[in-house]
Write a protein that binds this ligand. Structure first.
Ligand code: GDP
Ligand code: MN
Length: 380
């Protein structure tokens, strides 16, 4: 679950990471009220879950009431990379001497946490990584050892932070690590982490992604629910108990087993297509599950072809084929469906499908040929 900046800052505050005083506002009037409470000058900030708000005109300084009205009016409703601004965060403006970068995330390949610190903050870190990779100090942190203040200090020194920022930045880093680990986040990022002219160090931005698998031990996370930007397809899938993740391509995917579903995405990609989703229907590919899966995929306007990839191990393909046909009687497809049924009783399955085959129901023998066909159909 991704948090909005204002939620991320509230999360940071629990772990003692310094942030500016602020308040949320959903209207221009609320923005003015918030600004009066927080004290001028303020920064009016778009709350959308996408980076680069500053460049897109979603972050503006306001010295007085008129300026707050102007900027709040302009930013509310603004479309930032496809995200429409519905909420603002108004915070007391900070004088900036320097902008730095700090983050923790999981390096899955190394099976360790990864800390990254840079003296070049305020711009997107991907850009720094490309143009000046040496400007980012990286260090793996073994979860069994944790991060000591000495190590944090070493890291900020290596990153080239200014002398007067080192001690406080190291403290922020230790707090940020605690927030990341104890707060069960997959990612915590501060960009920019600023040094003020009077020598304070604090977080001007917050990006926090919580680990959904840890939600059971964080009843307090319920306050973040319902405020996120929800993918309508994912909402429906969740309601139907399906393992679904929305993507951007045009080939809808249904597979049994997470591994097979992942491989299906890869093969579609390999033959020049792009998957519209990940969907694992698990072991029971019966008519109900299949109908639910097709309904979810049908709500995706980008889908131009549906690829069903089932390997019959315990589940028998002939049963799956009957399930699919029964589902097709219940759901009106908005795009052609390509079926690849292999494994136990695959031959019978293909016969069952063959009786019903049309140019909307296509059967293919292999995963590769099915993927090719689906990509072809999606492109036609
Ligand atoms: P992003 O563009 O989505 O990453 O939004 P940020 O919250 O990082 O803000 C973008 C930029 O706006 C920052 O890098 C700062 O340069 C500037 N900014 C944000 N808050 C303040 C503030 O309180 N004072 C000043 N002077 N600039 C700010
Ligand atoms: Mn930022």
């Amino acid at each position: 679950m991704d948090l909005f900046e204002y939620q991320g800052k509230q999360y940071f505050a629990r772990y003692g990471i310094p942030t500016s005083a602020g308040a949320v506002a959903d209207t221009v009037e609320e923005a003015v009220e918030a600004a009066e409470r927080v004290g001028y000058p303020v920064v009016v900030k778009a709350q959308v879950q996408v980076g680069g708000r500053g460049k897109a005109g979603g972050v503006k300084l306001a010295a007085n009431r008129d300026e707050v009205e102007l900027h709040a009016g302009n930013i509310l409703g603004l479309d930032i990379k496809g995200h429409v601004v519905r909420r603002l965060w108004i915070e007391h403006a900070t004088d900036i001497a320097k902008e730095y970068y700090a983050s923790f995330t999981l390096d899955r390949a190394a099976k360790l946490h990864l800390a990254m610190v840079s003296a070049k903050g305020g711009v997107e870190i991907e850009q720094v990584a490309e143009e000046d990779p040496g400007a980012i100090a990286r260090r793996h942190v073994n979860p069994l050892d944790g991060l000591t203040i000495e190590e944090a200090r070493g890291l900020v020194i290596e990153a080239g932070l200014d002398a007067e920022a080192i001690e406080k930045a190291a403290e922020v880093l230790v707090s940020l690590y605690r927030c990341y680990v104890e707060g069960d986040a997959d990612l915590v990022e501060i960009n920019p982490l600023v040094l003020t002219p009077d020598g304070r160090v604090h977080a001007l931005d917050a990006k926090v992604t919580l680990d959904d698998d840890a939600a059971w031990r964080h009843p307090e996370w319920s306050e973040f629910e319902g405020t996120g930007e929800i993918d309508e397809r994912e909402r429906l899938a969740k309601e139907k108990g399906l393992q679904y993740i929305g993507l951007d391509g045009s080939v809808g995917i249904i597979a049994n087993g997470a591994g097979l579903a992942m491989s299906t995405l890869d093969v579609v990609n390999q033959v020049g297509g792009a998957a519209a989703n990940f969907l694992d229907i698990g072991g029971g590919a019966d008519a109900d599950v299949m109908a639910n899966a097709l309904e979810v995929i049908n709500t995706d306007a980008k889908v131009r072809a549906i690829l069903v990839n089932i390997f019959g191990g315990i589940v028998r393909c002939d049963e799956v084929a009957r399930g699919i046909l029964a589902a097709l009687d219940r759901v009106e497809l908005s795009s052609p469906i390509v079926l690849r049924l292999d494994g136990t009783n695959a031959a019978q399955a293909r016969e069952i499908i063959a009786e019903r085959a049309t140019d909307q129901i296509i059967s293919e023998a292999t995963m590769l040929s099915a993927a090719r066909r689906a990509v072809e159909v999606a492109a036609s």
